[in-house]
Design a protein around this ligand. Sequence first.
Ligand SMILES: [Zn+2]
Length: 351
Amino acid sequence: MRAARAKRPVRGSLMDLVLVVGVLVAVWSRTPVGNLGTQGFAWATGLDVPTAPLVSTLNTHSADIDTLVARVNTSLNANSLNAENGALPSQWESPDGGFPEPFRSAAKAALVETPVPAQYLPLVDVTQPLPEQHLSALDSLYEEGEDAQVTLQRYALGPEGTARATERARSAGEANPERWDTLRRYLSSKEQQLGDRLVSTTLGTAAMLTLQWPVLEDVRISSPFGYRHHPVLSKRKFHNGVDLSVPVGTPVWAAQKGKVKVAGNDAINGNYVVIDHGNGVRTSYCHLDSLEVEKKAQVERGQAIGLSGNTGRSTGPHLHFVVRVGGKAVDPERFRADVELSGADPAAAVE
Ligand SMILES: [Zn+2]
């Protein structure tokens, strides 16, 4: 009797211990408190412990990405990129050895308010408009054949800042320490802000400028983006995408390369796919009949991701296509590219 009574608290305290240790591990690895602890440990012991900047455990994307929507929407249309049909020029005109397209047009559209980093001011003519200043600095920094993303990173962080962050990411065991989405997690919050303003906005804009239409170009738009009278709910409602009038079983193509964020099903969207293209840009494809991709799959631009259908809350066969930037839905027709596709030919996929 006595022994049995004594055992209980022992078992209880063991459980408590396991719980406490679990919570401590979670706090240590997932919160700024733990991050602070790791940094404190590194400071106290003098050991070089790789740590992410404090705020990176809190925010994965700065608010700067949200301003991309406004910037791209206003400056693209004001810029004479292609007023007739979408945002893209039908001919790329990258100067020889200069900062390449589509990043060139993207920088021109995205960097209309962002100042040139102080250390690169000597490279530019400050009497020129800001986008021109950025382009001439990027032209000087770009080395032929180099990754445009690497040039942008160097532009935002300087060569030392880039090398420092890459080294930090590498010693933390990152597989791709030189890629922007990895690198940005190893920057100070100030560097992150600057990088987001210059790198994320330009890369995000480039992704938007080269979105592919998800079905054949001549498919009728049965319902455009914007406010409309909702056919099922019978009231005025905001339509966050375009409805493309395609029969059940039509192949649907990824508008841009990216990672499948959702491949699932719900009562409203039916079978649907959401693709994350990075730097705040996402696309969704709803009411599909069947899915041809799984969550977390890497897809190429123009890759078939499923067959269109009539699932979920839908009055007839169609594809509901949504483009989101910084979480906000934008009109997909404004980013309808009028360019030759490299790689997959969507027309070849259909009888
Ligand atoms: Zn719709």
